[in-house]
Design a protein around this ligand. Structure first.
Ligand SMILES: NC(=O)c1ccc[n+]([C@@H]2O[C@H](COP(=O)([O-])OP(=O)(O)OC[C@H]3O[C@@H](n4cnc5c(N)ncnc54)[C@H](O)[C@@H]3O)[C@@H](O)[C@H]2O)c1
Ligand SMILES: [Zn+2]
Length: 356
């Protein structure tokens, strides 16, 4: 179990060895569920069989549904079930279900009790801690949001067996990122774990989830509201967000982050912050094995990537920002990245992937 500190309330992550914890929810007074439709289809007769279907609101996990309208649906469902502030919502699904239900629980009656059971690798290894809830608005991703942690997170890694490849690799991208920002020793550990993790060996995945959360916990401790050190968790994201948009979201988020790390590493190497050896080591041992997609020419258009980076909502000031890893995985953020450095790094990546 991990205990996390939050200004809202302290909360707990439980690593479950069996699915018995699901049965335990039945004894919570005034509780009900919001469950990802796919997860319900896959597990209502097995891992989730103790849940009364009458007590469940099913939601589709689609980016277009991560909206205020869906939050209203959740409010309506909850208000019909119980008009009491002491109710508990248990949500089961990936990051989309987390974001919708977290926001709804935060705002209904100014905060109701919320328990979250993450079922994707991204949600288990990354998003389930850190208190952020986000909704999309007017075609902008994560424009609306708040900070509100669940009171308990229950992690059961056997859910991951049924995850589609795209989502699995997207989660692996964040796992690899966390291993690098964790420091030299966690990066080395990840190099050893990666082959079995990519085979989805259950014990190895459990180890990856556990380690990723411990590393993320280290970064959010003392910076819950993301004004300083926590920013470093955006490693790979400065380029990654731009690549998601140049690829028209064909490159899944965590995979765009992996290519983003490759680009950031080239910039760091050219600036003399990262040695040739470490840059090549990360590429061969972590980044290429963790990449299931191959970028296309339009994804790597330097002008479009730079334009995408200029639009990043977290950007402050005039220059382009970039988070880089130095040797020993020490992280550094600069705000004077030059377009010529971006073009140089993209040219190298185009060559690596044989993009003409
Ligand atoms: N709040 C945060 O801190 C935070 C952090 C990172 C990402 N996010 C958000 O998370 C979202 C992405 O979440 P995600 O990658 O977890 O995926 P997701 O919620 O989009 O789910 C991906 C797909 O997998 C299905 N699925 C879920 N669990 C499954 C299982 N066990 N087996 C088979 N299929 C399953 C879903 O139905 C869906 O089709 C994005 O909207 C992103 O903005 C939030
Ligand atoms: Zn991310």
């Amino acid at each position: 179990m991990i205990k996390l500190k939050s200004s809202i309330r302290d909360y707990y992550v439980h690593f479950e060895e069996t699915a018995e914890f699901v049965g335990g929810f039945s004894s919570i007074p005034e509780h009900c569920y919001v469950v990802d439709q796919n997860v319900w289809r896959l597990y209502s007769d097995t891992l989730l069989k103790t849940i009364d279907p009458e007590n469940v609101l099913l939601l589709q996990a689609e980016e277009e549904r991560k909206s205020l309208e869906t939050v209203l649906e959740v409010y309506n469902y909850l208000i019909k079930r119980s008009a009491k502030r002491n109710m508990t919502l248990i949500s089961i699904g990936g990051g989309i279900i987390q974001d919708i239900t977290g926001f709804a629980c935060n705002t209904l009656y100014r905060g109701i009790n919320w328990i979250f059971v993450p079922t994707t690798l991204l949600a288990q290894a990354d998003s389930c801690i850190g208190s952020k809830t986000s909704l999309n608005y007017l075609h902008n991703k994560n424009l609306i949001g708040s900070f509100y942690p669940p009171s308990h997170v229950h992690i059961y890694t056997p859910f991951l067996a049924t995850l589609e490849n795209d989502y699995f690799f997207s989660g692996m991208g964040e796992v690899v990122k966390l291993a690098i920002v964790g420091g030299e020793s966690t990066m080395q550990e990840m190099v050893d774990l990666l082959p079995a993790a990519l085979e989805r060996a259950p014990e190895t995945l459990a180890a990856c989830v556990n380690r990723s959360l411990a590393i993320k916990q280290g970064y959010i401790a003392g910076d819950e509201f993301d004004t300083g050190r926590r920013n470093m968790l955006n490693f790979g994201h400065c380029f990654g967000h731009a690549l998601e948009s140049t690829s028209n979201f064909q490159i899944p988020h965590g995979q765009a982050v992996v290519i983003g790390i490759m680009l950031a590493n080239i910039v760091a190497r050219e600036r003399g912050l990262l040695s040739d050896n470490v840059c090549a080591f990360m590429l061969e041992k972590l980044l290429l094995p963790g990449l299931a997609v191959r970028p296309k020419s339009r994804d790597l258009d330097p002008g479009a990537v730079i334009a995408g980076m200029q639009k990043d909502k977290k950007r402050v000031g005039e220059g382009l920002a970039l988070i880089m890893a130095k040797d020993l995985c020490e992280m550094v953020k600069v705000t004077d990245l030059k377009p010529s450095e971006v073009s140089r790094a993209i040219a190298e990546i185009r060559e690596l992937f044989g993009v003409t």
